[in-house]
Ligand binder design. Structure first.
Ligand SMILES: Nc1ncnc2c1ncn2[C@@H]1O[C@H](COP(=O)(O)OP(=O)(O)OP(=O)(O)O)[C@@H](O)[C@H]1O
Ligand SMILES: [Mg+2]
Length: 258
């Protein structure tokens, strides 16, 4: 479904990504781990078509993303959504949160996600369905972002992210800004939604335990290069790249196998 082929991205002639190739299958969840500055978010931005790349190409459902413009790019973008680390930054502080949730649906009036059945209902009713999907009480619909907790705001951002029923959801450190107690709830929600809506995930995180919980396969970035890709079950294998082993040890959050 998603293919990244030999992608190199330079910022001011310094490489942020060098010759990166990977793929994500339908319904699959691929984890991306690596230190700060290793190029994880850059990869997400390129997949969304937000920035040009310097070498290689990215195909989504057989379409070269960087070659698309205008309405063609818009029709692909509908299928790729993103949830960021900081939910406050991704919500409009001047709008009651229900309006942020249905904003993508307003931009794509022709899209009818399966959970809405039809679109002949009010926007607020659509928001109500989405609130329900992410386990939020509809009593919160009229509040503004500053009147919600971090976990509630991240649920709002997730509701917005799934509103168009994307086939790929990029999660860029979706729990890093949250209290530890809330992190597990959000991970559980993301996992349930992935199954219910049959989405693929590109799950970017520093938290190796979270990636293990969420992902079928894991890719390791180091200074913009992919050094290791493996099935999650093989995380403790001897064959792991020394850098992967070092990350696991440094993480200290990885539960013992079995
Ligand atoms: N818009 C930009 N202009 C210039 N340099 C950039 C830009 N965006 C990213 N970079 C550089 O590209 C490299 C990769 O950044 P990126 O944000 O992808 O890292 P990351 O792995 O997501 O890090 P973190 O874990 O801290 O989020 C870094 O050296 C960063 O400084
Ligand atoms: Mg990042």
């Amino acid at each position: 479904m998603l293919e990244v082929n030999a992608v190199t991205k330079l910022y001011r002639s310094k490489p942020a990504l060098t010759d990166v190739s990977l793929y994500v299958n339908p319904g699959e969840s691929l984890g991306i781990i690596g230190e700060s500055g290793s190029g994880k978010s850059t990869l997400g931005k390129l997949i969304l078509g937000l920035e040009p790349l310097d070498k290689g190409d990215i195909h989504f459902r057989g379409v070269n993303i960087q070659a698309q413009k205008g309405s063609a790019l818009k029709s692909i973008r509908r299928h790729i959504q993103i949830v960021f680390q900081n939910p406050t930054g991704s919500l409009n502080p001047k709008l009651p949160v229900w309006k942020s949730v249905v904003e993508p649906l307003e931009n794509y009036p022709e899209v009818v996600p399966s959970f809405l059945k039809d679109r002949n209902i009010s926007k607020k009713s659509m928001a109500r369905v989405l609130f329900h999907q992410v386990g939020l009480s509809e009593e919160l619909m009229d509040r503004y972002p500053h009147q919600l907790s971090g976990g509630q705001k991240q649920r709002i951002a997730i509701a917005r992210g799934i509103s168009l029923e994307p086939s790929l959801l990029i999660c860029d450190e979706p729990t890093s800004s949250l209290d530890v107690s809330v992190q597990a709830q959000i991970l559980n929600l993301l996992k349930e939604l992935k199954n219910d809506l049959n989405m693929s995930y590109l799950f970017i995180s520093h938290d190796i335990a979270a990636v293990q919980f969420m992902c079928d396969r894991i890719a390791v970035l180091k200074d913009g290069s992919l050094v290791d890709v493996f099935k999650t079950e093989d995380i403790f294998s001897e064959e792991r790249h020394p850098y992967t082993k070092a990350l696991i040890e440094a993480g200290g959050q990885v539960p013992c196998p079995g």
